[in-house]
Ligand binder design. Structure first.
Ligand code: NAI
Ligand code: MG
Length: 521
């Protein structure tokens, strides 16, 4: 069995001071040696292609949730640093800048190069992600490969942003153009740091925008490493800036900054409300990917093993810290007991442990706060009368590991059936009538995703068309692909990421209307 840590990661405590030209840099970000990630004990901000301390000199500590040990210090961006980054991004977006005058296909080539470097360095990036987020190494590797694909996919769309020619009334000719918006702020959470970085940065840059990215304060490492990769791919200075820092300071300044024209956010609905209010200041265009409480409807005619496995994986992957996890299983009464038994077997067989070990399917949840929040929900499930079939406890005393947990006899009014838990907690509810179950599924604040399992094509279409979820799966669950748009309804937000449609989120359409002359002179 592999121990990926010894194979791919080396932590050193002092990289020291180094000079480049006439500049003295306090510390570098990440350097590679063979396929090992070498990590500095202090990492700075990345503004205008320079690694810089924060203006305030403040730093914050970054931890490994699987060991509770400190990884390194990170420069803490604040309002002044955000101002500086927005200024350098705006300069890179000026009319005749290198970036604005570059062929669209050349932008695409930079993104292809980024995807290629990511694949060359996939073990480095995966090591950083596992260290920072506590997720199993194989999951990190999957996320990195997906993120590299996302860069390559949008590279191909860079020179295909087409407008229309129009036939207006009168002696006029008109066409539309898809133009980049300008400075795009990306605010990223901790559950899928590298994937969500790619989902935001790839279409933004493919469309010709410039970016200021604030990764989560809990998981800044891979975004910083991506800054180093973009430098290597020779992205012009200022086009991508990475500013680790806290939400209430760096994040809020970015969201309300008058120089920012677009905010793409993934995170909680509560924080989204604050960000939306902050953008009253700059009227930034918004993409909001928020929480979920996604249902699956399991009919008696389906392949029950397949349904149980998909739904298990859709709630237990990433310890349930997954916005489109299936957290409500509505199972027909005829197969209810059988399904519960299968769900419990899947949960009990799941290997939770050291994220560096090859057989670990779940690692640690992100923080003590998150663990306690999940345990609080488990207590509420027990208190409100759900039947705890398995799990429910913390594992060990070091790192934030939780047992995969299954509740049966869950009813709609219980807290665990209504609120987003964001943990490895599967709730199984019972139904007998399709119309009734549709109403129950849709009676929730969220509308991110939904699934149905049946071999009857009429029922599959009826359910998938009537379930209120931005993505609706038939006979599968929690499947996101680079090519298919993803984004929620209702309290789960608006706008789409992934697929061709995400390009529109980073463009504004201009109409050019010309007077035609009848004279031939
Ligand atoms: P959060 O939504 O507060 O954090 C996400 C990002 O927003 C982070 O980069 C954070 O620094 C930033 N942020 C926080 N406050 C901000 C503000 N006032 N202005 C601008 N940016 C701000 O999520 P948090 O607190 O880490 O997790 C709390 C809960 O949110 C989780 O338990 C989960 O239920 C949900 N969540 C959902 C995610 C999803 O993928 N939909 C991702 C992360 C969390
Ligand atoms: Mg961390």
């Amino acid at each position: 069995m592999h121990d990926y840590k010894n194979k791919y990661l080396q932590i050193i405590t002092h990289l020291g001071v180094f000079t480049l030209g006439d500049k003295v840099y306090k510390l570098v970000c990440f350097i590679k040696e063979g396929q090992k990630a070498l990590l500095a004990d202090y990492i700075t901000l990345f503004i205008n292609n320079q690694w810089v301390d924060s203006k305030s000199g403040k730093t914050f500590e970054n931890f490994n949730p699987a060991t509770e040990e400190k990884i390194c210090d990170i420069a803490e961006a604040d309002a002044e640093d955000v101002n500086e980054a927005v200024k350098s991004a705006a300069a890179a977006f000026k009319r005749n800048s290198k970036w604005r005058t570059m062929d669209a296909s050349a932008r695409g080539k930079i993104l292809i190069r980024v995807g290629e470097i990511m694949m060359e360095q996939k073990h480095i990036i995966s090591s950083l992600e596992t260290l920072d987020a506590g997720k199993p190494y194989a999951d990190s590797l999957g996320d990195v490969e997906h993120a590299a694909d996302v860069f390559k996919y949008y590279a191909g769309l860079a020179d295909k942003s087409l407008g229309k020619t129009l036939s207006p009334d009168g002696q006029y000719f008109a066409y539309t153009r898809q133009e980049p918006i300008g400075v795009c702020g990306g605010i990223i959470p901790w559950n899928y740091p590298i994937s969500l970085f790619a989902w935001k940065v790839a279409p933004a840059l493919a469309s010709g925008n410039v970016c200021v990215i604030k990764p989560s304060e809990l998981t800044p490492l891979t975004a910083l490493h991506m800054a180093a990769i973009f430098s290597e791919a020779e992205l012009p200075a200022g086009v991508l800036n990475v500013l680790p820092g806290y939400g209430a300071t760096a994040g809020a300044t970015l969201a309300s900054h008058p120089g920012v024209r677009k905010i793409a956010f993934t995170g909680s609905t509560a924080t989204a409300r604050k960000i939306i209010a902050l953008t009253a200041n700059n009227l930034a265009k918004l993409t909001m990917e928020l929480g979920g409480k996604s249902p699956a409807v399991i009919l008696p005619d389906c392949d029950l093993d397949q349904a149980a496995l998909y739904c298990h994986s859709a709630i237990m992957t990433n310890c349930g810290q997954n916005c489109c996890g299936i957290s409500r299983n509505y199972v027909h009464a005829d197969v209810y007991d059988e399904y519960v038994a299968k769900a419990v077997a899947c949960a009990q067989n799941r290997v939770v442990g050291d994220p560096w070990k090859e057989d670990s399917e779940s690692g640690s949840v992100i923080s003590e706060v998150q663990m306690n929040k999940i345990l609080g929900y488990i207590e509420s499930g027990k208190r409100e009368g759900a039947k705890l079939e398995c799990g429910g406890e913390r594992i060990g005393s070091k790192g934030w590991f939780l047992q995969p947990t299954v509740f049966s006899n869950v009813t709609d009014e219980m807290t665990i059936a209504k609120e987003e838990i964001f943990g490895p907690v599967q709730s199984i509810l019972k139904f007998t009538d399709i119309e009734d179950v549709l109403d129950r599924c849709n009676d929730n604040e969220y509308g991110l995703a939904a699934a149905c399992f049946t071999k009857d094509v009429d029922k599959a279409m009826y359910l998938s068309h009537n379930l209120k979820g931005g993505i609706t799966w038939v006979n599968c669950a929690d499947i996101l692909t680079t090519q298919t748009p993803f984004g929620g309804f209702k309290g789960s937000g608006y706008g789409k990421e992934l697929g061709e449609d995400a390009m529109k989120e980073y463009c504004e359409m201009k109409t050019v209307l010309m007077k035609m002359s009848n004279k031939n002179s």
